[in-house]
Design a protein around this ligand. Sequence first.
Ligand code: G3I
Length: 367
Amino acid sequence: MIKKITLSLAVAALAITAKAQDYTPLKQIIGDDFYIGVAINPNQVSGNEDTKTILHNFTTITAENAMKPAGIIQADGSYNFTDADKIVNFAKENGLKMRGHTLCWHASIPRNYMKNADGTDLTKEELYAKHEKYIKAVFEHFPSDVVIYWDVVNEALNDGENEGRYRERSEWYRICGPEFISWAFKTARKYAPANVKLYYNDYNLVDPVKREKCYLMLKELVDSGVPIDGVGMQAHWSMDVTPAQIEESINRFASLGLDVQITEFDLTVYNSIHPPKASERQIVKYTLPYDVVEKAQADAYASYFKVLHENRDKISSVIFWNVNDASSWLGRGFAIRGRLDYPLLFDRENKPKAPFFSIENYYKSLK
Ligand code: G3I
């Protein structure tokens, strides 16, 4: 018990005294396990404190929004790569690799993109032709020595046990049916340079019900020769997620011969951000002050990195969703309006938190 208290005091002291960048870079701690990355926006490449944190710690980046269809396709149908290019040029100048996110996602459809002028839906054939032009332009535009991975389809599955496998409400599904998924991978492969790897990306993939839906979908794609290289487990987790659950998902997907990536890692201090019922979204599970919750979060992060390290042969990238608690989509009050969260390794001043040092301690314990 005394040992435990001393340890947590030591962790707290480290967290308080460490200045921004005055600590071992995360990429050095992780070593060759996998690319270690972060999702960023164009304001974070200007040389500010966030830029310093990115360059100090990470080897790969994802554009949080700038490379989504809604970030590139304009209202008049033209393409604007300005924001995306800021991020890609930053990656190129600094020797970072990138994941492209994403080509087909129901939540990133430019206004009226799937409609005729009279408001009716495009036909499947018209939509395929329009989006093929887009996919071709994307692969011609971005340098394939920088953007080496792409999320081809994002979040096409339903969560619940009593729902069908696919998200029927999606515009993609409504117009094309489930075949849009294989269409997207085949079309991406047609234009993607050979070295670029193609992924299916989704959240909640540690949940046994959704894991199985995803496994069956991936198996069908692989068995029918659809060109897919891997699966992105988003990893917007809560502390209820167990290392065993994570390991089971990694093994299940890897058993199909697919690469696994942890693509959008963060750890809310509240209960799941994807609870079964919308009404449960407001439940605050961890009501203690954050400096107490931080210890539990630090332990959880260390236990997750243990499982990721032990399965590093199946995992090519682990990527945090946002740089610090201030820029986090959860910390900005996006998921629950007005509610702050503390889900990442760096605080609002870019100082490494207890979870950062618990990951460092785990890696030290291996030596
Ligand atoms: O850019 C405008 C800004 O001009 C305006 O003032 C502000 C007011 O609300 O909105 C800004 O755009 C928002 C943008 O985030 C930047 O903050 C959009 O409305 C908002 O829809 C957008 O949300 C993004 C969301 O995906 C939808 O695209 C989040 O930042 C982003 O973190 C989130 O990321 C997703 C992944 O792509 C897929 N997996 C889940 C993950 C979290 O939801």
